[in-house]
Structures are given as structure tokens and as C-alpha cells.
Design a protein around this ligand. Structure first.
Ligand code: SF4
Length: 140
């Protein structure tokens, strides 16, 4: 059964049967603890300033990818389109859900669709070198 996990170092939320050994956001090892749904909502909604501009989102994505084996797709026009989609999701559905996947309407289920997701542990990333939407790509 899937559960909610939170990284003690960077507050990354993971929804899955077990927590990742290495946090996909900050790289900390064995840092995830089990949390409940109210705590996950608190982490998501109380996390400081809300990003509402494409440029700010691009800045955050680039920072997220710093020092990682992946980077933001160098096709800026494409990436800006994804950013606009994500901001639309925030406006219409309350959170920055993945711009290329469909939310179910169930907040609990949809936690796994908050961007950036844990794409790099997924087979699709290992096989194609990109996250589902192509926002993040493997570094050369
Ligand atoms: S697949 Fe890519 S764009 Fe979609 S949530 Fe994951 S990281 Fe974000």
C-alpha cells in the first residue's frame, strides 16, 4: 500500500510503497520519514512564497537540477510552455501539477503528480533519458 513520506532535509514529499533511499531533490541518504496526509498538506501549502511567474519557476528548476545527473531541457521555448502549463494547473487545481499528466481530482493520489516528481527512479527516465514531459533530461 502506498504511503506518504517526507525528506527531513528538504521537505520533498514522496508518495509510494516505500521511501527512496536517496532523496531525488536534495540527494540526502535515508532521510525520509513516514508522514500523514494533514502533514503533507501543511508542507505543501506553508512552504513560503508561492511561485507564480514563468521566470521564477525556471530559476527554481535550474537550481533543483544543479549538481544532479540531469538538467533542465535546453530548449527554452519548450520549457517555457511547460512552465505556463504548470502555472495554469496551479491556478485551476491549486498546485503545480505535472503539465503533461492528468490529475485524478483525488488530492491524495495527485500528490505524486506535483512537479518535480521522482522521475529519475522511473524506468521511463532510465530508458529515454528524460522525465515524462521532457522537462528534465540527462546530462551528457
Ligand atoms: S514528469 Fe517532468 S514535468 Fe512532469 S512532474 Fe515529473 S519532473 Fe515535472
Amino acid at each position: 500500500m502506498k504511503k506518504l513520506w517526507r525528506c527531513n532535509v528538504c521537505n520533498d514529499i514522496h508518495y509510494g510503497v516505500k521511501a527512496p533511499t536517496i532523496c531525488p531533490t536534495c540527494g540526502a541518504k535515508m532521510a525520509f520519514t513516514l508522514i500523514d496526509y494533514p502533514e503533507s498538506m501543511k508542507v505543501i501549502f506553508d512552504d513560503g512564497e508561492r511561485l507564480d511567474e514563468v521566470d521564477k519557476l525556471l530559476e527554481v528548476w535550474n537550481k533543483f537540477a544543479e549538481g544532479k545527473p540531469f538538467k533542465v531541457n535546453p530548449d527554452e521555448v519548450f520549457v517555457r510552455t511547460l512552465a505556463k502549463g504548470e502555472l495554469e494547473n496551479q491556478k485551476n487545481h491549486g498546485l503545480k501539477y505535472c503539465p503533461c499528466r492528468i490529475t485524478t481530482g483525488d488530492r491524495f493520489e495527485d500528490l505524486a503528480l506535483i512537479c518535480p516528481c521522482n522521475f529519475f527512479i522511473q524506468p521511463v527516465y532510465k530508458e529515454s533519458g528524460e522525465c515524462w514531459c521532457g522537462l528534465f533530461v540527462k546530462r551528457d
